[in-house]
Ligand binder design. Structure first.
Ligand code: 48H
Length: 256
């Protein structure tokens, strides 16, 4: 029996990984914006995978506000939660309370059920570029990266790459600093996010969700890093709407 268990896991994982070597869309980071985008892209028939550094996908959803595991979402983003069958309760002033554990679990399940592949414990450490276009990811196991083991990475090709790494905006920074690509941003690079202003931050997040250069897009807090948007604290409507917007941008571009 033990032999069969090990064989199943090895064979199934290798098949999953092999199918991810040549993707339509590779998303980096499995926070709320990426999970919404991945569900929409996979449901549209695109080969879609999310690469997540941590063991648990979900990004900043789980911790709610200061570890109180409740989040806030505005009325206009509720249809997205409804698509994932995530519950919500009216809380006044057009705001709704959401259990953060239910939201994390629901978004992960929804993305996966639509056909998106989630590869967790995988860190994206670099990009592939040819020469003015992002063409894929350079990946390694998170423990390998954390232990600073001298182990060469593998690569994943993708027609579109999405920086969904949240506050660090890691992929956009790599594109600008290491790959030398000029981004569609106020500085051509990554100026960084601005301080807390919830109303503006929520608008910025959706507005700033754009294509950064050929082959590269940003959503969620990463988009605010690139365009100097405001942060907003534990309100998540903008993240959900940003995920939907980046999916639609990519669908339009890849179908053009
Ligand atoms: C693989 C990586 C890498 C890498 C990072 O931060 P996230 O939850 O992403 P968003 O932008 O969808 O949501 C932001 C939201 O959670 C938030 O932080 C808010 C609303 N803040 C407001 C405020 O004022 O503070 O998730 C990003 C994910 C994480 O799970 C990282 O582990 C992962 O990306 N990640 N994965 N390779 N190089 N870098």
């Amino acid at each position: 029996m033990e032999l069969a268990i090990s064989r199943i896991i090895v064979e199934q994982y290798l098949r999953k990984l092999r199918d991810c070597l040549d993707l339509d869309v590779a998303l980096v980071g499995a926070g709320p914006s990426a999970l919404v985008a991945a569900r929409e892209l996979a449901a549209a028939g695109l080969r879609t995978a999310i690469f997540e550094r941590r063991l648990a996908p979900g990004g900043g959803i789980w911790g709610g506000g200061m570890l109180f595991n409740e989040l806030v979402v505005q009325s206009d983003a509720l249809p997205i939660l409804d698509d994932f069958s995530v519950g919500h309760r009216p809380a006044g002033e057009g705001l709704h309370a959401v259990d953060s554990v239910e939201m994390a679990a629901g978004l992960i399940f929804g993305a996966r059920r639509a056909g998106a592949v989630l590869l967790n414990a995988v860190t994206v450490e670099d990009l592939m570029v040819r020469p003015d276009r992002v063409t894929g990811l350079v990946i390694n196991w998170t423990p390998v990266v954390r232990e600073q083991m001298h182990v060469d990475p593998l690569t994943v090709s993708a027609r579109a790459v999405v920086d969904a790494t949240g506050h660090p905006g890691e992929i956009a920074r790599l594109a600008a600093s290491k790959a030398g690509l000029r981004l569609d941003s106020p500085t051509g690079a990554v100026p960084g996010e601005r301080s807390m202003w919830a109303e503006r931050g929520e608008i910025d997040t959706v507005e700033n969700t754009r294509r950064l250069c050929p082959g590269l897009y940003a959503c969620g807090m990463a988009a605010n890093q690139v365009h100097a948007g405001f942060r907003m604290g534990p309100i998540f409507g903008g993240m959900l709407k940003s995920g939907r917007k980046v999916a639609r941008l990519i669908l339009d571009d890849l179908r053009a």
